[in-house]
Design a protein around this ligand. Sequence first.
Ligand code: OSB
Ligand code: MG
Length: 369
Amino acid sequence: MKIESITLREVQMRLKAPFETSFGVSHHRRIILVEVVADGVSGWGEVTASETPGYNSETTDTAWHVISDFVAPALIGKTLSASSDCPALLATIRGHEMAKSGVENALWDAEAQIRGVSLSKLLGGTLNEIASGVSLGIRESPLALVRRVEEELRSGYQRIKLKIKPGKDIEYVAAVRKEFPDILLSVDANSAYRLEDAAHLRQLDQFKLLMMEQPLNWDDIYAHSKLQAQIQTSICLDECINNARHALTAVELKACRIINVKVGRVGGFSEALRIHDLCQAHNIPVWCGGMLETGIGRAQNIALSTLENFRLPGDVSASKRYWKEDIIDPEVEVSPQGMIAISDQPGTGYRVKEDLIESLTVRKETLRA
Ligand code: OSB
Ligand code: MG
């Protein structure tokens, strides 16, 4: 595959409803879409960086800079035998996983189309449908949260994840658990607690949660190993895991029993597959996280979720939960049983709506040899 050009577009999209996490509230998204042309075929990728460095250290603007000045120049004009050659060409760029992932994943989409196979198959996926869960932002009251959970369960979602932070935790989880004693329920703190809060977090053990996601510092695997030894609830790491070496460290230190794989956070599909395989070998289930993606990133999350060790429902839910109109056709839909069907068409199986993207674009840059 010869890489001919890379086009960056920043699209601005308003979320249907604000999304509140322990690090802030998101109303609008500023998202970079990447279009890579290889052998005359367009592949699309999405940069999952947030607008602010509150989740990890990247932002929409740092990603634009890094792709434009470093990632694209390292790739344009090169001939690759497969997309999995990409990380070696980007090895001199430290960090900036989300920037690299947006480009590498666009190449995987192009490769799947060139080879005439589905992205799921190209990645080694085997499932023909995947289980869908939802992530619910922090609400103004436990009652408002319970109502929201009820709606999502009625739509069929198989697992409910509640965002928590100090002051909006035990009471909220207790209210939901009381109303729904048997559902798969988990919480995500996005690094809002400290190891000294272990006794407080232990109160969550009574609610039989599937997992507690990233309670402690975003870059501290060791502290999570100390916490896991003090609570019954399984810890799931999100922010801490940027590559397979981090995953191995976490598994060996017993810092978690589950890992959330976000393809952007780990630098692209090649590294996501490595983490998947490593976790499978250690009997650690993984699931696919979300970053409030457009349909382009969502379709790629769906393809990744078809690998065997994605054993738990992911944060990969229907387009209509996020957007008035998504930028792919068809939109991502979830069945009343909470499942998403996998297409066997070449590529992701979702067509990119270029006209709509053009109308949402606020800046654009094409890099070529
Ligand atoms: O921690 O999983 C997270 C959204 C933005 C940043 C971090 C996270 C999230 C979510 C939303 O939980 C998942 C989704 O619905 O896309
Ligand atoms: Mg998380």
